[in-house]
Design a protein around this ligand. Structure first.
Ligand code: ZN
Ligand code: ZN
Length: 327
């Protein structure tokens, strides 16, 4: 069965600012995780990105906000930004770093921020027409660890320790059901009924129930097997800027379990693990251990310390000893 058409990649070189892009043209979704230096990204792509998930607002994860903003000006758009407190304050401060008179004829741009604070989501909006004032919209109790969901995918998170609270993320593209067209054509279903049939099969809560076609009843399991196939989803996780601690390790493994792709920092070599602990980052072997424990299929590492220069292999080789499928 074909894989969903999803493109994902690091924004920069492994020794430069962290961040990944997920592109899903089939559903017109363009997503960014972290917004460090993004000068390398195509301008058209930046204009298309309308969901940004931020781990934390250390400079190397947030300095690209201005460049994004500049590329957004001139066409109407709403951009949703997700992350942990004080994200809303940081977005506001960025926006207020400029003067916004003469914007009355500008197309409307709105930034919607969903700011996790303790066990509450705070929603804010920043509208160019209001000179990006910080408008509080509502708050909502956190019920689970899904911060965003639509019919195609969801994004889950874990709150991790980096001497401040940071977010780790997991993007999960859902399984998709398709009808076997030639077979369905043989059923006495017309027009809209085909859509209803597909809808019914897609709904897992119908397991064990029956569906009526031309006065005959059929089991869900039978119909699903005979008349449809499922395209497997995909799980892509993004973890960066965390200390190696039992608590972090447990939370990360739980979040990224069975990922098809885990993007994870590997800042230091094993010999520099004291430094890693001091500045709340992971080493090669710690990252490899997490990838093994979580049973991930592919590991992509980044955020290499500048102390190793541009020599990527020195880091990759060390990880490969413990987790071969790394790039
Ligand atoms: Zn950091
Ligand atoms: Zn960082």
């Amino acid at each position: 069965m074909s894989e969903p058409r999803i493109k994902h990649y690091l924004v920069n070189e492994k020794y430069e600012d962290p961040g990944i892009v997920i592109e899903i043209p089939t559903i017109n979704q363009y997503i960014l995780f972290d917004i460090g230096n993004i000068y390398k990204l195509d301008r058209d792509l930046i204009r298309k990105i309308d969901k940004i998930f931020i781990t934390h607002t250390h400079m190397d994860h947030f300095i690209g906000f201005d460049f994004m903003l500049r590329n957004k000006l001139g066409r109407p758009q709403t951009v949703e930004i997700f992350g942990i407190d004080p994200l809303a304050h940081n977005v506001y401060s960025k926006l207020q770093g400029y003067t916004w008179n003469l914007v009355e004829f500008e197309p409307e741009i709105i930034f919607k921020v969903k700011n996790l604070k303790e066990d509450t989501y705070e929603y804010y909006e920043f509208n160019i027409k209001r000179k990006f004032a910080k408008d509080f919209i509502k708050e909502e109790k956190v019920e689970n660890n899904t911060i965003y969901e639509n019919e195609h995918y969801k994004v889950k998170y874990a709150v991790l320790d980096h001497k401040i609270k940071v977010m780790g993320y997991s993007f999960e593209y859902k399984d998709k059901l398709f009808l076997k067209k030639e077979k369905v054509q043989q059923l006495p279903l017309k027009g809209k009924e085909v859509g209803d049939f597909k809808q019914w099969l897609s709904d897992e809560s119908n397991v064990g129930k029956k569906y009526k076609i031309a006065d005959k009843e059929y089991d869900y399991e039978y119909l699903k097997e005979e008349y449809s196939y499922t395209q497997k989803g995909i799980k892509i996780s993004y973890i960066t800027d965390v200390i190696y601690s039992p608590k972090n390790k447990k939370k990360i493994v739980e979040l990224v379990k069975d990922s098809d792709y885990l993007y994870c920092e590997a800042v230091f070599l094993e010999k520099d693990k004291e430094q890693a602990q001091k500045v709340y980052h992971l080493t090669t072997t710690q990252t490899a251990e997490i990838a093994n424990l979580a049973n991930v299929k592919n590991l992509i590492v980044f955020h290499f310390s500048r102390r190793y220069g541009k020599n990527k292999d020195i880091v990759l080789d060390e990880i490969r000893k413990y987790f071969p499928n790394v790039s």
